[in-house]
Ligand binder design. Structure first.
Ligand code: ZN
Ligand code: ZN
Length: 406
């Protein structure tokens, strides 16, 4: 059986902008173009035409899990990504340290982007209980943290307390009339108040105020999602998988589907990520896994910033890494290169435009496409695929498919 490397460059696809070119068309990327020339190419709608993918739903589809069936919401995925072990029935939120006045008016949703002391502040609340529901609160980066409510009879069908902008802290309301939703929104409201009571008295905050900084005196939560265990990757596809990524969300999706998440020092999910450390980790992962997922975030960041040259530079950096990595991969390894959606420079947000894809390896239908970009790949032999169709194709190439019928 062959091995396969899936490289996902986040937000890779684009629209023509500077000099009428897309960043992929403008970038000098001889190594990637060589793979496209010797491989099969096409375009990929990670969800389906006209749908604007989130990074979480699109990765689920790429891994062969229908997002409409398996998407648990962003909260559980972020929590898994920062290393929290979840149990069936846990309700997870994305939360922020924020600053409010005593009337619950929000002064700063990010508490001055607090970083120092945030671990300690989270620990003051972590482990508390409200109505027999256990509170788990872990700091991740800057002002961000993950909140888990663990207990019987909880529901994710509740509204946020975070107003997502200026204004007052909101009261969470049940979205349906079940006792579970009523209970969970009450616990979340009580938790929010408790966080204010504890944090506004915390020594770290008194010190911050003395230093002229905003106190991180409340936790605002959003994006409730219920966790349940799903069929693991190996059982679903027949081979083991490893994930190499910097961003918590991607590690979270990988963990959720049962991949082994390999921590790489220097993989930080930005332009300055250490790509050679990630490439080394890929080679290491292939010693024990048949399938390796490598995620690179910098292309999406440049798209959101509307930074054409930055996206080109990131693509060229990825190209150099691929040129270095390809000859070192185990003999016969398939390389699949694509994005999880487009993040066009001109829009500074995700778009529904499909992303180019290439599959390089033995017995692929090599087409006459010689460049890896949005326009060239439109005439490739893979045609226009949906994200959920990718894993069956990879599985077949790797030798794990069976004849349908006889
Ligand atoms: Zn993305
Ligand atoms: Zn994005």
């Amino acid at each position: 059986m062959a091995q396969a490397l899936l490289i996902v460059c986040d937000g890779l696809g684009d629209l023509p902008s500077k000099n009428g070119k897309t960043p992929l068309q403008a970038a000098k990327k001889p190594n990637i173009d060589r793979l496209a020339k010797k491989g099969a190419t096409g375009l990929l709608y990670t969800i389906s035409p006209g749908i604007i993918p989130g990074s979480d739903t699109s990765h689920l589809a790429l891994f062969g899990y229908e997002p409409e069936k398996f998407y648990p919401g962003r909260g559980p995925l972020e929590a898994l990504g920062i290393g929290i072990e979840l149990r069936d029935g846990d309700i997870a939120f994305r939360s922020n340290f924020a600053t409010v006045d005593k009337d619950m008016n929000i002064i700063d949703r990010r508490a001055g982007r607090i970083e120092e002391g945030a671990d300690e502040l989270a620990k003051l609340i972590d482990g508390k209980e409200i109505d027999t529901v256990k509170i788990i609160l872990k700091h991740s980066t800057q002002h961000r943290c993950a909140l888990i409510l663990r207990g019987d009879g909880l529901s994710a069908n509740i509204t946020d307390v975070d107003p997502h902008g200026a204004g007052k802290v909101l009261k969470s309301e049940p979205i349906d009339s079940t006792p579970e939703a009523r209970k969970t929104s009450k616990v979340l409201n009580d938790f929010t108040k408790l966080s204010y009571d504890i944090l506004s008295k915390a020594e770290i905050n008194t010190r911050r105020e003395r230093e002229g900084k905003l106190p991180a005196n409340i936790i605002l939560s959003r994006g409730a999602g219920a966790y349940r265990r799903i069929q693991p990757f190996k059982e679903r596809h027949g081979f083991s998988a490893a994930c190499i990524a910097g961003g918590a969300l991607y590690k979270g999706v990988a963990k959720y589907v049962g991949m082994d998440v390999i921590e790489v020092k220097g993989a930080i999910g930005t332009f300055n990520t250490d790509l050679s450390a990630k490439a080394k980790a890929v080679l290491e992962a292939f010693k024990t896994h048949e399938f390796v997922f490598l995620h690179i975030k910098g292309t999406d960041n440049a798209g959101h910033d509307g930074d054409f040259d930055g996206k080109v530079a990131m693509i060229e950096k990825i190209d150099a890494m691929i040129g270095d990595l390809t000859p070192k991969l185990p003999e016969g390894t398939y390389i699949i290169l694509t994005g999880d959606h487009s993040t066009p420079i001109s829009l500074k947000r995700h778009s529904s435009d499909p992303t180019p894809i290439l599959i390089y390896g033995k017995n692929v239908r090599v087409d006459d496409v010689e460049k890896f970009d949005e326009i060239s790949c439109a005439r490739g032999s893979l045609g226009h695929l949906r994200g959920i169709e990718l894993m069956p194709i990879i599985k077949d190439k790797m030798g794990h498919a069976h004849v349908y019928g006889s």
